[in-house]
Design a protein around this ligand. Structure first.
Ligand code: FAD
Ligand code: SIN
Length: 538
């Protein structure tokens, strides 16, 4: 097996990983260099598909303030957002946006060259920056990818899957990776491993997330012994285009509702006022449940979004990609209703971290969607994710400036015995029908651990996943990226279903029909591999 060493290894090349790479290279002393690993091509990630924008509490936006953003975030978070985290992230937004501008990111501006701010659900003012109209993620990611690719101090491994964190006595000393093209393994030793592996959308039948969002980072961290927090909290976006286009559904950004579009049934009858005074701009969990309810009551697969009330020129200028994608599907959004339905979109749960990105394991850091910092609580406020990605990437780089990055010694009995499991040649590796198994898992999660859950459905989910798992005879070594992903999907699904079963209340995006009330006490769920069952802590 190949061996190498680096002062820092970043796993994942979404916006969190790319920005962390640039900031760490700029500021941190890296005697053994910096490596960025990604399981597909650089920049292929959830980040690339972000539409609506990025929250930015900017000094020049006089109608906004950090107090207002903190208050909106905490309200949406259903009692589980951590005040200090929200404050930290909000207060750093001005700095990181100015830094992104220096890295070549261009946010949309008006005719006087002032930054344009838009509004999305549950924000009390216009504070969301966007780029390329509705292509914010792509524009940020392209600018950062360019800088990373041009930087000769950043080594990049593409098509390389992180398969195991090398941990001994609660210290992470490196990572084992598998190159899907060459089928080779490599052990990389490093004193700082940063997980930036994104989310879990692909665990569900309907999702806005691309194929790579298979929950790998959660499984890696859990297996390494890290504390995982609030794993039951999955965010379902209310308005995905209800037309199947491959492995995911195209998003119709909340910003379309922010600009005035209305939700209605097939006859054009609007229904949101039945559910919340804020109507289309109520927090995401409320709008999602309202739509799901309408679909169930009327026994239909979707409701509609009517954007025809928005000026046509504005629609095509502000949402060029949505406009184009809908046209490709025979829908002219300036005139026609858009069929929409909820889809798994974002994961609030994750690897518990502090504001320096530290996890409960020494030498292991987590940033971006894989981390649970306490910003989003039980329900993420729109466009807070990209902000969290950049602020936390910035912050881990700041912290690493003060750490002496000494590469660990390669001889460690615990790690050696773990690596032996991958070199064991007696493992029988039959071909498995992974696409079919994935499909079954996605159906199970959607039907039994989705928008509405109860004890019976969650126990069914757990039993069915266990059964599926028994037909997947891989403990450690797999033969392909697909298999490694599926292994991670099984584990992360079980964590979600088990934590959802144990939280006997409804809060934010976690809706238990058998426990509809919200408990007075706001408690986080924490689960580790050692304990096996979630513990609820303040
Ligand atoms: P990602 O961007 O998902 O990147 C993860 C990276 O890790 C990828 O490069 C992946 O290949 C790599 N990876 C994963 N596992 C492994 C492994 N085992 N080994 C090696 N590499 C691995 N948020 C907002 O704030 N505003 C928006 O407007 C917005 N719109 C969205 C629209 C869509 C359609 C979607 C899907 C999400 C949207 N979000 C939005 C959410 C936001 O895009 C994500 O939360 C954010 O981009 C996550 O960034 P990340 O860097 O943490 O992870
Ligand atoms: C959207 O554009 O609706 C997505 C925004 C987000 O997920 O924050």
């Amino acid at each position: 097996m190949k061996y190498s060493k680096y002062s820092t290894v970043i796993i994942g090349s979404g916006i969190a990983g790319l920005y962390a790479a640039l900031k760490i290279e700029q500021q941190v002393n890296l005697p053994d260099g910096l490596l960025l690993i990604t399981k597909s091509k650089l920049g292929e990630s959830n980040s690339r598909y972000a539409q609506g924008g990025m929250v930015a509490v900017m000094k020049e936006n006089k109608s906004d303030s950090t107090a207002s953003h903190i208050s909106d975030t905490i309200k949406a978070g259903a009692g589980l957002s951590e005040f200090n985290t929200v404050k930290f992230i909000s207060e750093h937004s001005d700095t990181v946006v100015k830094d992104l501008l220096k890295f070549g990111v261009e946010f949309d501006r008006d005719e006087n060259n002032n930054l344009c701010f838009t509004k999305e659900a549950a924000h009390s003012v216009r504070r969301i920056l966007h780029s390329g109209g509705d292509a914010t993620g792509k524009m940020i990611e392209q600018a950062l990818c360019k800088k990373v690719s041009e930087n000769s101090n950043i080594d990049i491994y593409e098509e390389t899957v992180a398969v195991e964190l090398l941990t001994s006595k609660n210290e992470c000393k490196g990572v084992l990776v598998f190159n899907d093209e060459t089928q080779e393994y490599e052990t990389i030793y490093s004193p700082a491993i940063i997980l930036a592996t994104g989310g879990i959308g692909q665990l569900y039948k309907f999702t806005t997330n691309p194929a790579g969002a298979t929950g790998d980072g959660f499984a890696l961290a859990y297996n390494a012994g890290a504390v995982m927090q609030d794993m039951e909290f999955v965010q379902f976006h209310p308005t995905a285009l209800a037309i199947d286009c491959g492995e995911n559904r195209f998003l119709i950004s909340e910003a379309v509702r922010g600009e005035g579009a209305k939700l209605c049934d097939g006859d054009g009858v609007e229904f949101m006022s039945k559910y919340d005074d804020r109507k289309e701009l109520a927090p995401r969990d409320i709008v999602t449940r309202a739509i799901y309810n309408e679909m169930k009551e009327n026994d239909v697969d979707n409701v509609y979004l009517n954007a025809a009330c928005i000026n046509t020129e504005k629609l095509s200028k502000r949402f060029p990609n949505i406009y184009k994608k809908c046209l490709e599907n025979g829908i002219d959004i300036a005139h026609d209703f858009i069929p929409v339905a909820p889809a798994a979109h974002y994961y609030m749960g994750g690897v518990k971290t502090n504001l320096k990105g530290e996890t409960s394991i020494k030498g292991l850091y987590a940033i971006g969607e894989v981390a649970s910092t306490g910003l989003h609580g039980g329900n993420r406020l729109a466009s807070n994710s990209l902000l969290e990605c950049v602020v936390c990437a910035y912050s881990v780089a700041e912290y690493l400036k003060s750490v002496e990055l000494k590469t660990p010694k390669q001889i460690d009995e615990n790690i050696k015995s773990l690596l032996d499991k991958y070199t064991d040649e007696d493992v029988i590796l039959d071909e498995l029908d992974i696409p079919e198994m994935k499909k079954q898992l996605q159906e199970i999660m959607w039907n039994y651990a989705g928008i509405f859950r109860d004890e019976k459905s969650l126990l069914t989910a757990i039993n069915k996943i266990e059964k599926l798992k028994s037909g997947f005879p891989r403990n450690y070594k797999c033969i392909s990226r697909d298999e490694y992903e599926f292994k991670n999907m099984l584990l992360t699904s079980l964590l979600i279903a088990n934590c959802a079963l144990m939280r006997k209340e409804s809060r934010g995006a976690h809706c238990r029909t058998d426990f509809p009330d919200t408990m007075e006490e706001c408690i986080h769920s924490c689960i580790t591999k050692k304990e096996g069952v979630p513990d609820f802590v303040k």
